[in-house]
Design a protein around this ligand. Structure first.
Ligand code: HEM
Length: 517
């Protein structure tokens, strides 16, 4: 009887154990039976300022809106207050947030951007809806269980061509229907990809996020750009259509950023028909469930990159990282694995480093997009929390020290987004060679900046949320997750120090010989 109307006087009569009503945002709830099961206890509900009263402020100081949306709690609503209307609404499915700085300026009413066209806006809308309706619920259900994305989600990735779009613009998109036709393959550019990464980072599930074919995003480009035509066609077809998953197997316990120190060895057979691969790889995202391993190996002549199909001689074991098993992060063992020489990606004469390095810019740039997308939602969480949380009778944001933290957070996310959009614009106007020459340093610095700002924001957010920021359930659960997982972005694709150094070395190479103070 949720449509029944009551007066506040009616509600006030139900103010004791066993006969307990409250009002939250004009909705009347009968907590008579629920009171004893209430996770926050019965006694708090029997307080004279709560029982039979309007408990809106107390409720939103202690619960996320989603509590009211859970079926087991929404059915406690028995009606509404006569003549009053609901004032508090969650962001509509697929909609934009109206909280300041919760969206980048190009999605904020009243602002302008030179970068985004109507098809970018349409694309964002469809993606936001997909994320809200399909990805977020799957991620929330499976992240904690440590499970990879469901088959249903991976099938949707294939149907909407998300795998294909995550490789960026290019001929691999030709003939594919992108996001139900929202954008034409020839229109698809780096801004669409930026939008996709940022929308998909809204799920508050870092391990699951990488479990959602993150390995394909970083592993498949080597196949796309360096495989022999027949192999390229076969593997791209299988993977982009969602039948198979790829991972990138480069890092080892022995070698991380110093790729040349790899100790996985490939030996060519005397007849030159196959390689024999022996060695181990560590921290391989999606490695636990991948079908193909794009593997960096040492040969007597230097590096070679091989596409290795899961089979005899390959073993994968979960590595228990702090972001949980949903990402399928694995320790991979190759024990005398035979690989046809046709599976060599790029040069077979020791020049394979170029294959490994070739996708680093794209991978790091994509990480900037997703890292910033996630950072922005943390700013939104903090703005909401500091407004709804009352301390000493006033909102938390009435404290100057809190406003100062918010100022720093907002400035960080806005500046990083502006830089990211600039770099993305350059990507749209440069060929691969120009990007390698001019953007490697920019992207290295940008990633370093994004992950440093992310960690600063994570720390500030925990301070703002207090105990809730380190609690896995309730109000601060997204902050806890962000704070616990943020270290990943700062490591994957190159640590901050390595990237900073790379950027400076690139700049020093370009120093004019005749420059003097
Ligand atoms: C429709 C009414 C209510 C429902 C369905 C409800 C439900 C819940 C749930 C599910 C939790 C667990 C934490 C979470 O998931 O967020 C919780 C915790 C709590 N609730 Fe309620 N609640 C209601 C009303 C209230 C009211 C009016 C108060 C006012 C004092 C209150 C005080 C608390 C407290 C103190 C906690 C513990 C919070 C914490 O650990 O940080 N609840 N409630």
């Amino acid at each position: 009887m949720a449509n029944k109307e009551f007066t506040r006087e009616d509600v006030a009569k139900h103010n004791k154990e066993g006969d307990l009503w409250i009002v939250v945002d004009s909705k009347v709830f009968d907590l008579s039976k629920f009171g004893l099961m209430h996770p926050g206890g019965l006694s708090v509900l029997l307080d004279t300022e709560i029982a039979g009263q309007d408990a809106t402020e107390a409720f939103f100081g202690l619960h996320r809106y989603e509590v009211l949306q859970r079926p087991q709690y929404s059915r406690l609503q028995i009606g509404t207050i006569q003549g009053e209307k609901q004032q508090i609404f969650p962001r509509p499915v697929g909609g934009l947030s109206t909280v300041p700085y919760a969206e980048p300026t190009w999605l904020t009413a009243g602002y302008h951007s030179p970068y985004y066209k109507d098809h970018h806006r349409a694309f964002q809308k469809v993606l936001r809806t997909f994320v809200d309706q399909t990805l977020f619920p799957d991620a929330q259900a499976l992240q904690e269980k440590g499970k990879m994305p469901s088959r249903k989600v991976l099938d949707e990735f294939a149907r909407l061509n998300i795998h294909a779009m995550r490789l960026g613009p290019g001929d691999h998109l030709k003939g594919r229907v992108l996001m139900n036709g929202t954008v034409k393959p020839e229109e698809f550019d780096a801004f669409h990809e930026l939008i996709m990464s940022q929308e998909m980072s809204r799920i508050h599930a870092r391990g699951y996020h990488d479990g959602a074919a993150g390995g394909t995003m970083i592993g498949l480009p080597a196949v796309k750009n360096f495989a022999r035509p027949a192999l390229r066609e076969k593997i791209l077809g299988e993977v982009l259509d969602g039948k198979k998953l790829v991972c990138l197997a480069i890092s080892e316990a022995f070698a991380g950023s110093d790729v040349a120190g790899t100790r996985t060895f490939a030996t060519l057979s005397d007849d030159g028909k196959y390689w024999t691969v022996t060695g181990t790889k560590k921290w391989i995202t999606n490695g636990h469930f991948a079908d193909y391993f794009v593997t960096g190996c040492r040969t007597s002549k230097g590096m070679v990159v091989l596409l290795i199909e899961r089979g005899e001689g390959i073993e994968t074991k979960h590595i228990n990282t702090s972001y949980g098993p949903a990402s399928g992060t694995a320790f991979v063992t190759f024990d005398h694995v035979k690989v046809p020489v046709e599976h060599t990606l790029g040069p077979d004469n020791g020049g394979g480093l170029v294959v490994i390095l070739s996708n680093f810019n794209h991978e790091r740039w994509a990480m900037c997009c997703s890292s910033l997308g996630a950072q922005r939602i943390i700013v939104e969480e903090c703005l909401k929390w500091t407004t709804q949380r009352k301390v000493f009778g006033k909102p938390l944001n009435s404290q100057a020290v809190i406003r100062s933290k918010l100022a720093a957070m907002i400035a960080r996310v806005e500046s990083a987004q502006a830089w990211l959009e600039n770099v993305t614009y350059q990507m749209n106007h440069m060929n691969y060679k120009q990007q390698s020459a001019l953007l490697a340093g920019q992207i290295a610095f940008l990633k370093k900046y994004c992950t440093e700002t992310a960690q600063d924001t994570a720390r500030d957010a925990v301070q703002i949320f207090g105990g809730r920021g380190i609690t896995k359930t309730g109000m601060g659960r997204f902050i806890e997750h962000y704070h616990t997982n943020i270290g990943f972005d700062a490591i994957l694709g190159g640590t901050e120090d390595v990237l900073g150094d790379l950027g400076v070395r690139q700049a020093l190479k370009q120093m004019p010989k005749n420059a003097r103070l």
